[in-house]
Design a protein around this ligand. Structure first.
Ligand SMILES: Nc1ncnc2c1ncn2[C@@H]1O[C@H](COP(=O)(O)OP(=O)(O)OP(=O)(O)O)[C@@H](O)[C@H]1O
Length: 259
């Protein structure tokens, strides 16, 4: 079984007292094990909804989602979620924040605590383990959030605009760190972003969604020559700008614009 995620004919309708909103319409796609896929599309096209359904936070109105061959029926430790905001608890130390997923799932053993410290070390954060979140920069806090997500050893990571609140330099550094770490650990990832350049630089495949309701407009395989290096260098590869323009065009962008 080579598919880590299978989204099968999913439709999502949100019903409130005022209106019913068709957020996603008949969406199907699969993500292979170890693949890094990005979802991009205009605001409100259902990107977060797709992630919430895969995470088991909401049940789709129609259709099914499978993670590692099993139908998703609710949240599970198979799926890790990383968001734009780090949501670290201000009263817990960095080490305790990083271990909270393990604590909640009742699996925080001595060995797991050691693994969390090892992960913090890999992210260059070990010497800050006894600090509190307010003492760290935004980029460092997002690295803690990444450790927290990886600590439960999920099979797939859902990344919902995890770099969009960071300054540009920190964002570029974190993109490299995330890709390097996920490749080394052979994780599967689905990234939601508004940034075409980020999507190409980090991914094996980019899925472009249509606005209102969300449907798949087009998928782009990122050529090996672009995706082999880490994201920062990927942006310098021949073919990067051409792919950027192709995707930009799908958004109805002006292809004479500078990329
Ligand atoms: N809980 C909800 N109740 C009602 N409508 C919702 C709810 N969540 C999302 N929607 C609607 O569903 C549609 C898709 O929303 P969603 O947040 O998935 O889009 P998005 O592509 O992630 O947007 P953005 O890029 O702005 O984050 C939007 O029209 C939104 O208003």
């Amino acid at each position: 079984m080579n598919e880590a995620v299978k989204v099968d004919d999913v439709t999502q309708v949100y019903v409130t007292e005022q209106r019913a909103t068709l957020a996603i319409q008949q969406m199907s796609f699969a993500i292979h094990r170890g693949e890094f896929v990005s979802l991009i599309g205009p605001s409100g096209c259902g990107k977060t909804t797709v992630l919430s359904i895969i995470a088991g936070l909401i049940a789709p109105t129609v259709g099914t989602v499978q993670v590692a061959g099993e139908t998703v029926r609710g949240p599970s430790t198979r799926v890790g979620y990383m968001l734009q905001q780090d949501y670290l608890f201000p009263w817990r130390t960095i080490a305790d924040n990083a271990a909270i997923g393990l604590e909640i799932s009742g699996t925080l053993s001595k060995e797991k605590k050691e693994e969390v410290l090892h992960l913090l070390d890999e992210m260059g954060l070990l010497r800050f383990k006894d600090y509190y979140p307010a003492q760290l920069s935004g980029g460092m806090r997002q690295r803690v959030a990444l450790v927290r997500t990886l600590a439960t050893d999920p099979e797939i990571l859902l990344l919902d605009e995890p770099f969009s609140a960071l300054d540009y330099q920190t964002k570029l550094q974190l993109e490299d760190l995330v890709v390097e770490t996920l490749r080394a650990k052979r994780k599967t990832a689905l990234l939601v972003t508004h940034d075409i350049s980020e999507a190409i630089a980090m991914s094996d495949r980019v899925i472009v969604l249509e606005p209102n309701p969300g449907r798949i407009r087009k998928q782009f395989e990122v050529p090996t020559a672009i995706r082999d290096p880490l994201p920062f260098v990927a942006r310098e590869q021949p073919g990067f700008n051409a792919l950027f323009r192709d995707i930009w065009q799908e958004f109805g962008g002006d292809t004479d614009a500078e990329s």
